[in-house]
Design a protein around this ligand. Structure first.
Ligand code: 8YV
Length: 316
């Protein structure tokens, strides 16, 4: 088994009982492509990260590979159809990260609306030397309308949180979710209708050919001038130039972003110069508890496949 990023030893303990496990030794540095290619050629299993590009070129030489367990619910870094053609099972880590990612998405809503980061910096930078009735005043979240784009497990968990804030819940999804409509009072809207009506537009959409670039200039123009755009799904669902323009022209009021087209984002990126943008380094599922559960689930998926059993969470 080759693990492409340093993971806590205890998460690998069970797997190590039945397999030889080799691991890229760095936690914050991605494995170089040539190392990954060489390791993939020898491995029965890969435990991969979103930052590893697993394409047809890499897979064609990986003749002993049986399983790729991605440490993420998303798997847009993996060429799923090539893997399927080669009989390689691809697994992800759904469910265990749902609540942590929904917590983070909701904290972006609160942070962007109530100017939390800006206000915290104001205090830390020693600027707090007076008071004014509208000093750092933001927008309310409670009783507003949230529009969730991508009503999967994480979307539903965000909706549950929104219910606690007495929000009106709208959603757009590839297919209707009758149970969510009933249990969460979520109302379905066509994409542009949702954009027009929402105070908070929250994208949790996976990256597919349909979602790529869906938040374009036209989409931002459909939103309210007071709208706050939140993205905890995938960066590439956004045309970032259009987002920068919408923020500069005040077509929308703010943004809370955990994901970007290019990660890590260029420190000179115009999005990072704007006070009305809260930017995070893709930490949706990054609680210690959840990351441990994700690693353990990925390891169980690998063990199961190597033992000839069904994996818990295959994507193919
Ligand atoms: C990743 C994510 O797990 O699960 C996903 O799809 O985007 C994150 O939670 C994280 O970036 C580690 O790869």
């Amino acid at each position: 088994v080759y693990v492409t990023r340093k993971l806590p030893e205890e998460t690998l303990a069970e797997l190590k009982k039945r397999a030889e496990v080799n691991m890229w030794p760095h936690e914050e540095k991605a494995v170089p492509r040539e190392v990954l290619m060489a390791e993939a050629k020898k491995a029965d299993a890969l435990l991969t990260m979103l930052s590893d590009k697993i394409d047809a070129d890499l897979l064609k030489d990986a003749s002993s590979l049986k399983v790729i367990a991605n440490l993420a619910v998303g798997y847009d870094n993996i060429d799923i159809s090539s893997a399927a053609n080669l009989g390689i099972t691809v697994c992800n880590t759904p469910d265990v990260l749902t609540d942590s990612t929904a917590d983070l998405a909701f904290s972006l809503i609160l942070a962007a609306a109530r100017r939390i980061v800006e206000s915290a910096n104001y205090v830390k930078e020693g600027k707090w030397n007076s008071w004014g009735p509208l000093l750092l005043a933001g927008a309310d979240v409670h009783h507003k309308t949230i529009g969730i784009v991508g009503m999967g497990r994480i979307g539903e968990a965000v909706a549950r949180r929104a219910k606690g804030f007495d929000m009106k819940i709208l959603y757009y999804n590839r297919n209707r979710k009758p149970e969510a409509e009933l249990s969460l009072d979520a109302e379905y809207r066509e994409f542009h209708e949702l954009l027009k009506e929402s105070d908070f537009v929250v994208s949790l959409a996976p990256l597919t050919s349909e979602t790529k670039g869906m938040f374009n200039r036209e989409a931002f123009q459909s939103m309210k001038e007071s709208a706050i755009f939140i993205n905890a799904g995938r960066g590439a669902s956004v045309d970032e130039n259009a987002l920068v323009e919408a923020l500069k022209r005040k077509t929308i009021a703010g943004a809370g972003l955990d994901v970007f087209v290019k990660e890590p984002i260029d420190p000179e990126h115009p999005l990072l110069t704007m006070n009305q943008v809260v930017a995070l380094p893709h930490i949706g599922s990054a609680s210690v508890e959840t990351r441990m559960k994700m690693a353990e689930l990925a390891c169980r998926n690998i063990s199961n496949i190597l033992d000839g059993k069904d994996p818990e969470t295959p994507v193919t």
